[in-house]
Write a protein that binds this ligand. Sequence first.
Ligand SMILES: [Fe+2]
Ligand SMILES: [Fe+2]
Length: 236
Amino acid sequence: MVFEKTIEEVINENYVYARALHYLGIDFFENSSRKLVEVCRERGLNQQQVIKNFYEFDSSARCSFKELSSYPIELLVEYLKHTHHIFIKEKLPYIVHLAKTYENPALRDLMPEFVEDLIRHIYEEEDTTFKYIHALHEINKGYEKAPISRLIYFEDFSLKDELAHHEGEDELGAIRTLFDLLENNNLHGRVLLNELKAFDREMIYHAAIENQILFPKAISLEKEVLKKITSLSKLN
Ligand SMILES: [Fe+2]
Ligand SMILES: [Fe+2]
């Protein structure tokens, strides 16, 4: 029975449970040798709630490439925005918390820089690429009364340049160099390493969705919209 195990044993089984416990107010590294049942009792946590949290954190919903390819572009953008939100509001704060409480100066120094770069990337992406796609979508649907003036706003923006730039980016590159330092470490180091590796995989997957599904869809939408605008201006 999981509740009879120590927190360390529970987390050795699955490091994701450390995050689930964090959201219930329990930091594993402050309680690692205590039994889960005792800590839950002390915090007034219901066992069913704990099991539910373990399950939910473990089965994080992720859409397949195939499924996402079939999404209309505006839905795909909503999905990516939602993922950004989860990165900024949930995943990063937890990783930062783990890094701050972990005795490793190299990691502590690199962390703020990495988080800042990533957040900047996300906001820039939403303010340029996603905004442009939204404008294209509205024009294509006929919701925009002044399509040309709407597009003039994006005069200096090029989807192809943005894609080339995006393909060359590697946000976790610097952090990845520290993975070796965290290998074969204590429980705290191992949980942090696993979280960083999982986040790295997720970022790679996220960028691949943008590069291989979003940008191609946006480029063909742009072509369609430009064709419509040219034929409209010929009519006038
Ligand atoms: Fe993104
Ligand atoms: Fe991106």
